[in-house]
Design a protein around this ligand. Structure first.
Ligand code: NAD
Length: 340
């Protein structure tokens, strides 16, 4: 039970340093066992080491196999390749677990308790992309190829079923676009049907075409339980699902692989509010809760969850995105008060 656990801490860009500072304060008050190795990545990595993915950051995660990561800015259009995607590839982080649960009553939806499992290293995010020049226009045609493998699709679907079993869930929905992308996502659906047979009688399985799923998540989200889907669809649907529980400030994510696990918020660096001290630190704090469960400190994870729920529901202390007034730092202070 006791003893320090080495873990890499990456504050990240934009609101990253603000929410990371808030989260580490709360974790200290909780008595979390992490011994942080502070590393920079993204724009902060460029500033400190001339590289968005410095070797020291990679070496640190190789050593600790565990990281809490703030959001990293990726240039839109041109510029360097997403550091998030490169980290997922580097450490084989094949599963991205993104739970969403109602914590603030009185929103548009009540009693949401859903889990999205996103395939994290294949699909269209392999970004095999190029332009073809026609005449004088070097960007006349853009081409992108996605890659899904049978083995990886089976592995991620199995991950979703195993998660469902371990957490008392009843159903896994495989989300795809197999009517149009018959090879790329048809393969995923096929893997889903194969794996589902192994869990027959224990966990139910159904499937949805992604566009219909997006609509049904708005009309009747309670029909879903665990959703497993390909990389791009999972990226989009998980942001949509965060909207069911108050927005991106409420959605944590865990990137799980064989070589490491990296915990982060679903949201990005939020440049529009960076530096103002108003970002909601909850998504990263909930990600830290997932990290505590990962290192088998469920006791601390549930203590943290209770303190967060009391802060939101009893004390009515909330950041601006949830209709409140408190700053990032004051929200952390309120959770710390509840922990005491
Ligand atoms: P974003 O998630 O940063 O922001 C979208 C909207 O949500 C903004 O209005 C923002 O203010 C709000 N928001 C996000 N997090 C919030 C929080 N904690 N509290 C309150 N409001 C919050 O998405 P974006 O603007 O499209 O992306 C900005 C940058 O982040 C891009 O460079 C993108 O590549 C990067 N990004 C990184 C990650 C990651 O590191 N895992 C994930 C997504 C996007």
């Amino acid at each position: 039970m006791s003893g320090k656990i080495p873990a890499t801490l990456i504050p990240g860009d934009g609101i990253g340093p603000e929410i990371t500072a808030a989260v580490t304060r709360v974790l200290d008050a909780l008595g979390a066992p992490f011994e942080w190795d502070l590393q920079q990545g993204g724009m902060a990595g460029i500033q400190s080491a001339g590289d968005p993915l410095p070797g020291a950051l990679i070496d640190s995660i190789r050593r600790t196999k565990l990281a809490l990561k703030g959001p990293l800015t990726t240039p839109v259009g041109g510029g360097f390749r997403s550091v998030n995607v490169r980290l997922r590839e580097e450490f084989g982080l094949y599963a991205n677990l993104r739970p969403v649960k109602t914590m603030v009553p009185g929103g548009r939806y009540e009693d949401i308790d859903l889990v999205l499992v996103r395939e994290n290293i294949e699909g269209l995010y392999v970004a095999f992309e190029h332009f073809i020049q026609v005449g004088d226009d070097p960007h006349a045609v853009a081409i992108s190829s996605g890659v899904n493998t049978h083995a990886e699709a089976r592995r991620i679907v199995r991950f979703a079923f195993e998660y469902a079993l371990a957490h008392g869930r009843k159903k896994v929905t495989v989300v795809h676009k197999a009517n149009v992308l018959k090879a790329l996502t048809g393969l995923f659906l096929q893997a889903g049907r194969e794996i589902a047979k192994e869990y027959e009688g224990r966990i139910a399985m159904d499937d949805r075409i992604v566009d219909a799923c997006a609509m049904q998540l708005v009309m009747n989200p309670w029909q879903f339980d665990v959703i497993v889907t390909t990389n791009l669809f999972g990226d989009i649907l998980s942001d949509q699902m965060s909207g069911l529980v108050g927005g991106l400030g409420m959605a944590p994510g865990a990137n799980i692989g064989e070589k490491a696990a990296i915990f982060e918020a679903v949201h990005g660096s939020a440049p529009d509010i960076a530096g103002k001290g108003i970002a909601n630190p909850l998504a990263l704090l909930l990600a830290a809760g997932l990290m505590l469960k990962h290192v088998e400190r469920d006791d601390l994870a549930s203590k943290l969850r209770t303190a967060i729920e009391q802060t939101l529901q009893v004390d009515n202390v909330r950041t601006a995105d949830l209709g409140g007034k408190v700053s990032t730092a004051d929200f952390a202070g309120a959770v710390i008060k509840r922990l005491a």
